[in-house]
Ligand binder design. Structure first.
Ligand code: PGA
Length: 256
């Protein structure tokens, strides 16, 4: 616990692994490794197709819950290829990742992310809103990018719903590249995000929101990023496919 905030680590499997059988083995091993973990909230977000298997393997585990990597904002209807919130919720999903840069790169806008966030919190799930700059410039313009993403994605989200909103700061240049932002970069950005949230919602609420870091988090850098970055936890991509490394990252968030 840091400032009364329980750490949160989310494993984003992205479009991995290649078959349901391998997914089953992976979730089984993750469950084994995470056994007994309570101090940190852990969420595993497999591809939608594997949610059924993951739910069956998870059983009643108290060590982790399941997340979705994306949803549609409508409950049902003529939306070919899409998946709704009630659908993922029926497989025990508690958290939904929204606006990941890999989806923004395919045209997902802040406006759409905002619609999805409204639908997610309305349904009683937690929305994990990803924000991040593509590159950094000397003039600090990247800060305006982050501020605009936060303001639009959270537009008209009521204060009372903020306990169901998590912000994941993911430097796009650090995702899957092995080039992590430094703990100092992360700390600065965490303070900036808090300032933007304070401007919108006031200090008492903003100070309790969970801000995560994502982008090439691994077992070597997790402790420093958590301590010095002063974030509430991590959104982990590649390393979440390795159960032992994932567990070590989770454990790094217990080094207050
Ligand atoms: P990475 O991905 O850990 O593989 O860099 C993070 C993410 O995209 O969520």
């Amino acid at each position: 616990m840091k400032n009364g905030i329980r750490p949160l680590v989310i494993g984003n499997w992205k479009m991995n692994p290649q078959s349901s059988l391998v997914a089953q083995k992976l979730i089984t091993n993750i469950k084994k490794e995470l056994k007994g973990i309570r101090d940190t909230e852990v969420v595993v977000a497999p591809p939608t197709l594997y949610l059924s298997t993951a739910e069956a393997v998870r059983g009643g585990s108290k060590s982790f819950t399941l997340g979705a990597q994306n949803v549609h904002h409508e409950k049902l209807g003529a939306f070919t290829g899409e998946v709704s919130i009630p659908m993922v919720r029926s497989f025990g999903v508690t958290h939904v990742i929204l606006g990941h840069s890999e989806r923004r790169a395919q045209g997902e806008t802040d406006e759409l992310i905002n619609k999805k966030l409204h639908a997610v919190v309305q349904a009683g799930l937690v929305g994990v809103v990803c924000v991040g700059e593509e590159k950094r410039d000397q003039s600090g313009n990247y800060l305006n990018v982050i501020e605009a993403q936060i303001r639009s994605s959270l537009s008209k989200i009521a204060k009372a719903k903020l306990s169901s909103v998590v912000i994941a700061y993911e430097t796009v240049w650090a995702i899957g590249t092995g080039q992590t932002a430094t703990p100092n970069d992360v700390h600065e950005m965490k303070l900036f995000i808090e300032k933007v949230l304070t401007d919108i919602y006031g200090r008492s609420v903003a100070g309790h929101m969970r801000i995560l870091y994502g982008g090439s988090v691994n077992l070597k850098n997790a402790i420093d990023l958590f301590r010095e970055g002063a974030v509430a936890g991590f959104l982990v991509g590649g390393a979440s496919l390795h159960p032992i490394e994932f567990k070590e990252i989770v454990r790094a968030t217990n080094h207050g």
